[in-house]
Design a protein around this ligand. Structure first.
Ligand code: NDP
Length: 394
């Protein structure tokens, strides 16, 4: 039925390839392309179906446009890095191909991510009759769908939103990140921004924390407030939303290492001269840290990511929590990956399925909460990320 090209053969790309291969009635032809073709081949060799592979530098718009014109896919699933978003969107426009990603654009030289760059493509995608679906991972992605689903079924208006992301798993390494280290560290060390009474408030990175009692036996963990990209689109697209915050758990060990790395300058993203060469300390750090894709067999425990919304229904105040719990070892048994890549790759496949089956359609650039959440929520249950809804006391 559809031909997809997946760009990026990291932890997430591997999961997307596995999950698309599990749905042959939709994804008839799958090509996995990335900067290092051997990584594509290693993933393809784990999968029973034919996955073609290719070498491509997604920063090279003319070469990527030519590649897409030759291959003629229906959709590009971009799971390379946020730096490639705009060049892949440009190539999709040139070749007349729909687009999907899981993280918003970030310029390499500034640790600043926001949707403005990608929202600026609205008219160009509309004019070409193409759809671009932004942020179809877990957070952003499923968290946007959870919020849209709560707004549709549980509330007349949501006033407060807390998105809470726990990794209660352990990989046993002194320090490792669960997705691309460079992107992860840039995100975590950025100043925190949250939305309060209709305004953005900035505070130092990780300066606010509290304990949260996670469900289903996970128990209490410290959560830290930080900025996350879905806050930007949700505060724009969910009417009535007055306050919105994003929280994430970090182990003491992770925070201790991060503090030292920051203090010694290893998280800097400006070039440093070293023995006649210009190097970026954070990129060098990435080269010596464990590859997130290698954490799969080592990681045990669970993740719990969800949204708590508070607002009004029929004149009464109400509070509802929707969450997913995912087990690292189960993910590894199914697709040879830990749960962070799994919880990102499965929604990328589901978003692609929504677009290819016409459940979600449109012309222009869309965030997840702008589309009907119901078929996506059903698909989460069907494809490995079941969710639970609990009503909480106000
Ligand atoms: P990895 O670093 O493991 O993989 C990235 C892949 O992209 C690598 O295979 C890399 O190639 C490839 N790549 C990088 N630059 C280029 C380029 N110029 N051309 C072609 N390929 C390129 O990252 P992850 O798999 O952990 O993350 C993938 C994406 O998913 C990121 O954008 C990340 O921010 C996002 N993400 C989203 C989440 C969500 O919930 N929404 C959660 C987690 C991640 P090479 O092997 O040569 O380096």
């Amino acid at each position: 039925m559809a031909k997809v090209i997946i760009i990026g053969a990291g932890g997430v790309g591997g999961v997307v390839a596995h999950k698309c291969a599990q749905v042959p009635e939709v994804f008839e032809e799958i090509v996995l392309a990335s900067r290092t073709e051997s990584k594509c081949q290693a993933i393809a060799s784990q999968i029973d179906r034919e996955i073609r592979t290719a070498q491509i530098d997604a920063d090279d718009v003319p070469a990527l446009s030519q590649f897409l014109e030759k291959e003629k896919p229906d959709l590009v699933i971009n799971v390379a890095l946020p730096y490639q978003d705009l060049s892949i969107m440009d190539a999709c426009l040139n070749a007349g191909v729909h687009y999907l990603d899981t993280a918003n654009y970030e310029p390499p030289e500034t640790a600043k991510f926001e949707y403005s760059w990608q929202w600026a493509y609205q008219d160009r995608f509309k004019e070409k009759g193409l759809m671009a679906l932004l942020g179809s991972g877990f957070d952003p992605g499923v968290t946007n769908v959870f919020t849209a689903w709560l707004a549709k079924h549980d509330f007349d208006e949501i006033h407060e939103l807390d998105i809470i992301d726990a990794n209660a798993g352990n990989h046993g390494m002194p320090f490792a990140t669960n997705f691309n280290p460079e992107i992860n560290i840039r995100e975590v060390t950025a100043p925190c921004r949250h939305f309060e009474n209709g305004e953005w408030v900035e505070s130092p990175a990780l300066s606010t924390s509290q304990s949260f009692d996670f469900p289903e036996g996970i128990g209490p963990m410290n959560i830290y407030r930080m900025y996350h990209e879905e806050l930007e689109s949700l505060t724009k697209n969910i009417p009535g939303l007055r306050s919105a915050r994003f929280w994430m758990t970090f182990s003491e060990n992770y925070l201790k290492h991060l503090e030292v790395l920051q203090n010694v300058g290893m998280t800097r993203i400006d070039p440093v001269e070293y023995e006649g060469q210009s190097i970026i300390p954070l990129q060098f750090l990435k080269a010596v840290l464990p590859d997130p894709a290698s954490l799969g067999p080592k990681t045990k425990g669970r993740t719990c990511i969800g949204c708590i919304a508070e607002g009004v229904k029929d004149g009464k105040r109400k509070k509802v929590y929707v969450y997913n719990i995912c087990n690292h070892e189960d993910c590894y048994a199914e697709v040879k990956s830990q749960a962070i890549s799994y919880t990102t790759g499965v929604p990328a496949m589901i978003g692609a399925k929504m677009m290819m089956t016409g459940n979600w359609s449109g012309q222009g650039v869309f965030n997840m909460e702008q589309l009907d959440p119901d078929p996506f929520m059903d698909a989460l249950n069907q494809y490995g990320l079941p969710w639970t809804r609990v009503e909480l006391p106000v």
